[in-house]
Every structure is written in structure tokens, then in C-alpha cells.
Design a binder for this molecule. Structure first.
Ligand code: PHE
Length: 339
């Protein structure tokens, strides 16, 4: 039996040297140490040994088993390390390879220009006020000297939610909302969406944006209005830009004016874009009507103010050279990407 045991150890050790995979290693383990393995078979015959031989062979058998077990585990460590290395070699990541660039969106041209306009006015000490798109008839019309049967309502038809609630046709209701709450000095702009029953074409949309401006304080005059607008236009279009005030009528300002800016293409000489005028209309303005002040509990003998309402789309189109307003709303990425 002693020879048998030594032979098993020798053959096991030889097999271990030549095998190359974990599966082969496991096969060797089972064939030697398993239930039906060579060593197990030999040990089964121990019963046939004499009392003197048994402890000697038993000790040898244990020694052989331990030797084989430790050889197995050594080999296993080597094979595992080898397998790991092979796996790493196969899964090399090239960190210098160019990555996929994620698509990032940008700001809409209307948002961009609005931000620019806001910054100019913030720089002049204005703050920003916001109000509801769904507005009371009182704020949108009545409080602005436009009672129910006033002809000015014809040009500003809109969606009536009820007799007293409308989609606002202008940002001017913000004049009232601000003056009802704040005491002069007041210096705000109020940008937002406005709604009118207009058919869509290159220069009209039933939904568009205005920016309202309002200044109320002691001793405010038309000269302040003109100076403020001039400063704004020069900041937006450059130092060469000029403005022109034409007399006009709005029910809630007196006197009122329409304000034109010198054509950004020809600089005032007259061309196709300004239709030979040299100027392009961009806003309505005027001195806040005394009745409007009074309605908001501001004494017109003590305070005066000016207001203006600017069409944002027109400014965006001029600023970015866009010839059709519909481009601004169709959300065609090929168009929007350009800005
Ligand atoms: N709200 C007027 C309009 O939409 C413009 C305006 C605003 C005029 C403020 C005067 C003062 O036509």
C-alpha cells in the first residue's frame, strides 16, 4: 500500500504540472480525492491491514493527501492569476479614443434677446415685474381708460374666458397692478406673453411678447422718457442708432407717441427693409394719464410718470436678421441651431 500511495502522489503531482485550465484541475482533484478517487479507493482497503501497519500507513496516507491538496491549491492560485491576466488583456479600454459628444440645447432667440433687454434695464436701475396671462378685463382695459364700448377694443380683440376675464392683449395691465401695490418711486419692466385675435403671417401671431416699462416719480417728464429709450436703443443696437418720436394716441397715456428706431440696414437713408422710411416702428409710449394714476391712488399733482410697450418679436427679428416671425414658433431645430 505504501507504494500505491507514493505512486498516487507522484502521478498527481505530474498531472498538476502539465494541466492548464481550472476545469482540468478540478478533474484531477475529483479523480484523486473524490468519493471514487484513487486515494479514497486505497484508504478503503485500510481495514485489511494489521494493527501495527495501520497507524503507519494512516499517517502516510494523510501526508499524501495533504501534499496533494496543497499542490492543488498552489496550482489553482497560479491558474486564477493567469486567467485574470488574460481577461484584462482582452478587455483593454482605449482611454484616448474620442467620446460621444452629448447634444446640448441652447436658448431660444426670444429668450436670448429678452435677457439682453432685461440686462440693459437692470443696469439703469429698473426691476422686473411679472403678472398673469389670464387677466381681468378691469386691468387689461377698464383701468387703462378703455371702457366696454371703447373703439380701442376693436384693434385688441382677444379670447374672453368670461365677460370679466380675458387673455391679456398687452402688458400694460402690469402698470395698474404695480401702481396698486407700490408707492413711487417706481421703475419696472414687465415682460410677458400677450394674445390677440390675429391671423398668422410673416409679421403677426396670435401669441407674441411685449415688454412694458413704467417709471413714476416726482418731476418725471417726456424728456426722461426720450432719454431712457435713447439709452436703451443705443445699448441694444450700438451708439449710432437714433430714435424718433411721432405723435400718437393711446387711451392710457397723454401725450402719447410711437417710437421708431433708425433702420439697422441703411442707418436712416431709406432702403427695402424700412420701406424707404429710414426708420422702423418698435414701440408705443407716453406720459401716464392722470386718471390712471388717480385710479391707483397716486396723486397726479404730486407725481408723474412715463410708460412704454415694446414688441419683443420685432426686436428679435431685427437683431438676428429673421424675416419671418413664424420661424420663431415652429421649433425647427435646423433654424434654432443658428443662434
Ligand atoms: N400697450 C400698448 C400696445 O400694445 C403700447 C403702450 C404701452 C403704449 C405703454 C403706451 C404706453 O399697443
Amino acid at each position: 500500500m505504501k507504494e500505491q500511495l507514493l505512486a498516487i502522489r507522484k502521478s498527481a503531482e505530474e498531472k498538476l504540472v502539465s494541466l492548464t485550465s481550472l476545469q482540468e484541475l478540478e478533474d484531477v482533484r475529483v479523480s484523486v480525492l473524490g468519493k471514487k478517487g484513487e486515494l479514497t479507493q486505497v484508504l478503503r482497503q485500510m481495514g485489511a491491514l494489521s494493527a501495527e501497519e495501520r497507524p503507519i500507513i494512516g499517517a502516510l496516507a494523510n501526508e499524501v493527501r495533504e501534499a496533494i491538496e496543497s499542490a492543488l491549491s498552489e496550482r489553482k492560485t497560479v491558474l486564477l492569476a493567469k486567467a485574470r491576466e488574460e481577461k484584462l488583456a482582452k478587455e483593454v479600454i482605449d482611454v484616448t479614443m474620442a467620446g460621444k459628444k452629448p447634444e446640448i440645447g441652447g436658448l431660444h432667440p426670444i429668450t436670448k434677446v429678452l435677457d439682453e433687454v432685461k440686462n440693459i434695464f437692470l443696469g439703469m436701475g429698473f426691476s422686473i415685474a411679472e403678472g398673469p396671462d389670464v387677466e381681468l378685463d378691469y386691468y387689461n382695459f377698464e383701468a387703462l381708460n378703455i371702457p366696454k364700448e371703447h373703439p380701442a377694443r376693436d384693434t385688441q380683440d382677444t379670447f374672453y374666458v368670461s365677460d370679466n376675464v380675458v387673455l391679456r392683449t398687452q402688458t400694460s395691465p402690469m402698470q395698474i397692478r404695480v401702481m396698486e401695490k407700490a408707492k413711487p418711486p417706481i421703475r419696472i419692466i414687465a415682460p410677458g406673453r400677450v394674445y390677440r385675435s390675429d391671423a398668422v403671417d410673416a409679421t403677426h401671431s396670435p401669441v407674441f411678447h411685449q415688454i412694458e416699462g413704467l417709471v413714476v416719480d416726482k418731476g418725471i417728464t417726456m424728456a426722461d422718457l426720450k432719454g431712457t429709450l435713447e439709452q436703451f436703443i443705443k445699448s441694444l443696437y450700438g451708439q449710432d442708432a437714433k430714435i424718433r418720436l411721432r405723435p400718437h394716441h393711446f387711451p392710457f397715456t397723454e401725450p402719447s407717441a410711437e417710437v421708431d428706431v433708425s433702420c439697422f440696414v441703411c442707418g436712416g437713408k431709406g432702403c427695402r427693409v424700412c420701406k424707404g422710411e429710414g426708420f422702423i416702428e418698435i414701440l408705443g409710449a407716453g406720459m401716464v394719464h392722470p386718471d390712471v394714476l388717480r385710479r391707483c391712488n397716486i396723486d397726479p399733482d404730486e407725481y408723474s410718470g412715463f410708460a412704454f410697450g415694446l414688441g419683443l418679436e420685432r426686436i428679435v427679428m431685427r437683431r438676428m436678421n429673421i424675416d419671418d416671425m413664424r420661424h420663431l414658433y415652429e421649433n425647427d431645430v435646423r433654424f434654432l441651431k443658428q443662434f
